[in-house]
Design a protein around this ligand. Structure first.
Ligand code: GLN
Length: 493
């Protein structure tokens, strides 16, 4: 057994398990060993489920043994024995789901999210639940009631957020892949900060059943891995119509790996001028421009485009997301589940439970959102924001008449220091300028590493595609990663 197994790609893990070079148990133990070494410095996890993972690994090993006897290894499910982690905003039956909050106490989820169940059915082994900003509200994983996660590239810095635990776990080779959620950038931004690949699929592509609601019209579940192809493998398994989520789409899910090597000859790559604004770290804009040149050399046609309403994405998002959150979070009253606090009457119980259970940032969003929805203000705030959201959506529709993919930065800066935006929520919100539009428009976005800054911190690039055309994004990332090595770099922990 060797911890080196943690450096294999999922495809190499699949091959090694199939050929019997190592067992599921050895693969799992290699990852657990690495978690035990580095978790004290990274704090990627809120809950580890080592024992159930060991049981599952043993079962998977017997399935390999049985299949080998009858020469049916090829019939085994794709992810059999592959360890993965799940953001602690997504339910796994019989495992605590905290959402990074105290308000849920030790709530044990009574069911598994549909997309996670698809992964389990495909043989994946859940290793644990990863740290998140409280109810996914944040861009640094610092608002978690369980304390921050640290960036494996520099542990004085944040991993991004809110799916910071998942991104850090993949970057630190604690797991080959992890599941996250993205309401305004929570997969793409931490992927960029941690130097891994992360995809937020189209709204409706992956069922939201079992994803604890933040902003229901914006939330999507997606995945992190070390490459676009591995991410494609996961998303292909997670995606699909689900009767438990009426917003999930009845769109056929292609086999994303089938044509992933198709290349990008004549791909029309749009570069939106509004995404190269003043204030962006120059190393980021320069690196993105170089990466666009790489795309040109690979055969893409580069076209300058405009998404004129981009500047409204931030105010629109920060009205819509808190408004929806204030409604979604009304259920945490301590009555049926979660950590009830009580000093007296029923009303006191509500006040105490919510007052003590929620952290600062969540309370700020609930107050902003409740105000935006209140009588007399609804039309001026939430209603108006919805109208501008339509304009942002139309920007994309128009752009996608002349391009196939849009290329831009993920973040205006590389990973910032822990505590840097501590007293400044606006500075924190500004971290999301380039990721919010995809959620507002419902289109897919993928972030992947394309360079490093002078501190050797990863720089990510974002590609956005037409709704339900994740396949094109995977092909474009694959073309890039086949001809470069940025995705193979890892932090020297
Ligand atoms: N940082 C954004 C927010 O705080 C996005 C978070 C997310 O995508 N969940 O709302």
């Amino acid at each position: 057994m060797s911890a080196d197994l943690t450096f294999l790609s999922i495809f190499e893990m699949q091959a090694g398990l199939r050929s019997g070079d190592f067992s599921c148990t050895e693969l799992l133990e290699g990852h657990l060993q690495r978690i035990h070494i580095f978790e004290p410095r990274i704090h990627a996890f809120i809950t580890l489920v080592e024992e159930s993972a060991r049981t599952e690994a043993k079962k998977a090993d017997s399935r390999f043994v049985d299949a080998r006897k009858v020469n049916q290894i090829d019939q085994l499910p794709a992810l059999l024995g592959i360890p993965i982690a799940v953001k602690d905003l997504i339910t796994v039956k019989d495992v605590r789901c905290s959402c990074g909050s105290k308000v849920l106490g030790n709530w044990i989820a009574p069911f598994t999210a549909t997309a996670v169940q698809h992964l389990i059915n495909a043989g994946a082994i859940i290793i644990g639940k990863t740290n998140t900003d409280e109810f996914a509200m944040g861009s640094s994983t610092e608002t978690s009631a369980f304390g921050p996660t640290f960036n494996p590239w520099d542990t004085t810095r944040v991993p991004g957020g809110s799916s910071g635990g998942s991104a850090a776990a993949v970057a630190a080779r604690m797991v080959p892949a992890a599941i996250g959620s993205d309401t305004g950038g929570s997969i793409r931004q931490p992927a960029a900060f941690c130097g891994v690949t992360g995809m937020k699929p189209s709204y409706g592509r992956v069922s939201r059943y079992g994803l604890v609601a933040y902003g229901s019209s914006l939330d999507s579940m997606g995945a992190f891995a070390r490459s676009g192809a591995e991410t494609a493998l996961l998303i292909g398994i997670m995606a699909g119509l689900d009767k438990m989520d009426s917003t999930s789409a009845a769109q056929p899910v292609p086999d994303y790996l089938k044509k992933i090597e198709n290349g990008i000859k004549r791909l029309r790559l749009g570069v939106p001028r509004e995404y190269f604004i003043e204030g962006i770290q120059p190393e980021i804009s320069n690196t993105i421009k170089e990466s666009i040149e790489t795309y040109r050399s690979l055969g893409a046609e580069i076209i300058e485009i405009s998404l004129p309403h981009t500047k409204y994405a931030l105010p629109v998002y920060y009205l819509i997301a808190p408004a929806e959150a204030s409604a979604n979070l009304a259920r945490y009253d301590g009555v049926r589940f979660g950590a009830r606090q009580s000093t007296g009457s029923m009303i006191d119980m509500f006040f105490d439970t919510r007052g003590q259970g929620f952290g600062q940032e969540v309370k700020r969003r609930i107050m902003l959102g409740t105000y935006a929805l209140s009588a007399g203000y609804y039309d001026a705030y939430y209603g108006q924001a919805q109208k501008v959201r339509t304009l942002i959506k139309q920007d994309f529709e128009k752009a996608f008449e002349s391009v196939d993919v849009i290329a831009c930065p993920v973040t205006p800066t590389t990973a910032f220091k822990v505590g840097e935006h501590g007293d400044d929520p606006l500075a924190m919100y500004l971290e999301d300028v380039f990721t919010l539009p995809a959620n507002l428009a419902g289109v897919p976005g993928i972030a992947f590493p394309v360079g490093v800054d002078s501190y050797k911190l990863p720089i990510g690039m974002q590609l956005m595609g037409k709704r339900f055309e994740e396949e094109t994004l995977f092909q474009a990332v694959q073309a890039f990663q086949q001809s470069t090595t940025f995705h193979l770099q890892y932090p020297a922990l």
